[in-house]
Design a protein around this ligand. Structure first.
Ligand SMILES: Nc1nc2c(ncn2[C@@H]2O[C@H](COP(=O)(O)OP(=O)(O)OP(=O)(O)O)[C@@H](O)[C@H]2O)c(=O)[nH]1
Ligand SMILES: [Mg+2]
Ligand SMILES: [Zn+2]
Length: 317
């Protein structure tokens, strides 16, 4: 192999067949996948996504061919809309994970935060930050029980306003290392936050639909932005619901720290924590030591995970 052969690049953006690959000393290149990569074993949720590390080879100036996609350390996926709910990977190899929800408009749903936390924990993503944005619309939210619930569990919660700049410095300093991703429901303010960090990005943002109190998906695909002070950050399209994926069902509880702490104590060693007598987790929910919304999320994700894993097994057999 000549030294000029394959180099490692970072995928910034995928649009149709064109893939923008960053190479730290050669700038950005528009690449295409080599035929054999396209035809290769189907990877879950599409061929290549922002954040993928690829082996690529320059061809014409500013252009290249991707020879191989490296295995992903982790990834974040959503369930694409449509009747069959296909998994769609949004971004891969994430170092930092920002869960951006609005204090109001759209309404804050703890279930969304819980799903995001499970995805981060199961993907081994460190540096999770829960960002309660639009704090200017609801200053009381700062002392709200949703915030204290997550703070008490040990998560970092930052209240921000992309509008007034409140809380932004604390957020911004965390962006300048590794690959950060912003995930949240449509209209929560992900693109607005990134524009506040780096106005040159000029990302499109949009007001909510008045009547529905929900966003209209202003951002439609994930892309990585290189920040002038270092670090990459991915803006992702708003998602209605995040779907934790491929988690063995008996591991799920380990991603809820307050429940994981109690698991060994249940009456049955293989307690599912759903209906068995002598379940310490359900006891803790009943006497208020574990938040009802947290247990509710556990139950829902448990149901989906079981169904998802069965589907997956079906597909493989
Ligand atoms: N009052 C207030 N409005 C905000 C704040 N941040 C964003 N907005 C507004 O909320 C709307 C949605 O913001 P976006 O940044 O487009 O939201 P998004 O999360 O990127 O939405 P999608 O791209 O659809 O996922 C815009 O009208 C913003 O101006 C904030 O901190 N306070
Ligand atoms: Mg956006
Ligand atoms: Zn139990």
């Amino acid at each position: 192999m000549s030294p000029d052969n394959d180099r490692i690049g970072l995928v910034l953006r995928v649009s149709g067949w064109e893939i923008l690959v960053a190479d730290h000393d050669r700038g950005d290149h528009l690449c295409q996948l080599r035929g054999k990569v396209k035809a290769g074993p189907r990877r879950v949720g599409g061929q290549v996504v922002a954040g993928d590390r690829v082996d690529w080879r320059p061809t014409d100036p500013g252009r290249g061919i991707i020879e191989a996609i490296r295995p992903r350390r982790n990834f974040i996926s959503r369930v694409a809309s449509g009747p069959r709910g296909v998994q769609q990977v949004m971004v891969a190899n994430v170092d930092r994970f920002f869960i951006v929800v609005a204090a109001r408009q759209p309404a804050l749903r703890p279930g969304f935060v819980d799903r995001a936390l499970v995805i981060a924990a199961s993907g081994g993503i460190e540096g999770v930050v829960i960002c309660i944005n639009k704090i200017d619309l609801d200053a009381l939210r700062e002392r709200d029980q949703v915030i204290s619930l997550y703070r008490d569990l040990g998560y970092e919660v930052i209240a921000t306003s992309a509008m007034t700049g409140a809380g932004m410095p604390a957020l911004i300093e965390r962006f300048h290392e590794g690959l950060s991703v912003l995930v949240g429901p449509s209209g929560g303010g992900k693109s607005s936050i990134l524009n506040a960090v780096e106005p040159e990005l000029g990302l499109r943002t949009q007001e909510l639909m008045r009547h529905h109190d929900r966003g209209r998906h202003t951002t439609t695909s994930s892309s990585l932005h290189r920040l002038s002070e270092g670090g990459y950050v991915a803006d992702t399209p708003g998602v209605k619901q995040l779907q934790p994926w491929g988690i063995p069902v008996d591991e799920l509880v380990s991603y809820f720290p307050e429940m994981a702490a109690l698991t060994g104590a249940c009456q049955f060693r293989d307690c599912s924590h759903l209906h068995e007598p002598g379940c310490r987790i359900r006891e803790a929910v009943e006497d208020g030591r574990i938040g009802a919304s947290r247990y509710d999320s556990f139950e829902r994700i448990h149901g989906e995970t079981t169904a998802g894993n069965l589907q997956e097994a079906d597909r493989r057999s």
